[in-house]
Design a protein around this ligand. Sequence first.
Ligand code: GLN
Length: 468
Amino acid sequence: MELTDLTARALADGYKAKQFSVPDVISAYLQRIEAENPKLNAYLEVFDDARAAATVAQERIVRGTAHPLTGVPIAVKDNILINGKRVSAASKMLENYTATYDATAIKKLKDAGAVFLGRTNMDEFAMGSSTEHSAFGPTRNPHDTARVPGGSSGGSAAAVAAHLAPIALGSETCGSIRQPASLCGLVGFKPTYGAVSRSGLIAMGSSLDQIGPFARTVADAELVFNTIRGCDPLDGTTLEDYSEGVAKNKKIGVPRSFVNDAQPETKVVFEKKLTELAGKGYDIVDIELPSAPYALPAYYIVMPAEVSTNLARLDGMRYGHHVDGMNLLDEYKKSRAEGFGPETRRRIILGTYILSSGYYDAYYRRATALRSIIAADLARAYETVSYIATPTAPGPAFKIGEKADPVSMYLEDIFSAPANLAGLPSISVPMGTVARDGKDLPVGIQFMTPKRTDATLFSVARDTLGEA
Ligand code: GLN
């Protein structure tokens, strides 16, 4: 077994038992990244201080004051601030921007002694489901390099799937951790809204955004979550630390008519997994979520409205891409037109339209009303079941260039939207494979539970993966 095959937990055990050192592990990763990254484009930058950080972590291990993540390498999505490092959100707009502080999640990982390997590719400002919207070229799926890794956190997912990092941070506004986890065969976790601080996360849709982990095991995802979570004075939407009870029953609700939107082969794998879970003592029951089909359209109103507001600060004046113009308006226009890619511009324009007087009531207000109805529908379902399960995404990884039409790309998020709109925790775990072009491509199953019950999700995820 190679060092780059080990989980975060196994690395911690190995360090403790003096089987290998942190510098050994970091060297192994840097070598592998050098060999594999040119074909995958998972990392936009590999940090030149990783070896120095490894030495510091090793000293801490020797002193006997290690945290379970001390010396564990981690990849970070390019929209999470690390003090002194470039952070571009994969946009030309922020290509040369250097972070001036640490995101709270980063600070907690630094305190734990984790070693940051580099920053990973993503869809520009986290808008997309394939990582093709990056200003710095697409990332490729390690299971088939003609295909996308999913998105928007596709670089983080590809890095962990290709063993270029044991764990990674991603962010979700609507599926950007779970969907790439599904397409790359990983565990991807989106915490309860407010469990993890958004301070230092470049905002997309502030009422939806949440940082979360990618890992190859549930235990590793849980370890990262428990390290980065917690109430933060720098983010007023964070929750007081909560300890969740155990699930009240072993009932998994399946919204059948909603699940019908998945591709036939995905549904076959999904049903097989449910049968397996029934064999492990879970009770699989049909439920109705009448508002679920409206989650995606509601999301594509709420999100662009928040995007247009959040990205208004990027005007080329104080920081970011700047182009000289004839007057101030001309400078704004030129800087923003050059700095933002087509998908970002599309969403800014859509969001500005939705929030304009006259259309606010017609679109934004109705979408927020729908959002409450969706949350109420889910709450009703949780009166009888502890978990809700669907496939994570409609199908396996698609080909680069296959979903050039924006609406076909948006449909990738169909099963993701309810959890983000309602602020619920949700996890994707591998459930099997679907064959395409002679290759077995991973697909994931997604579970959702009520707010603050993140711990119960980890338990069903463990049972699903057969992890001790
Ligand atoms: N696919 C979603 C979108 O395009 C992803 C958003 C996200 O989770 N960052 O909006």
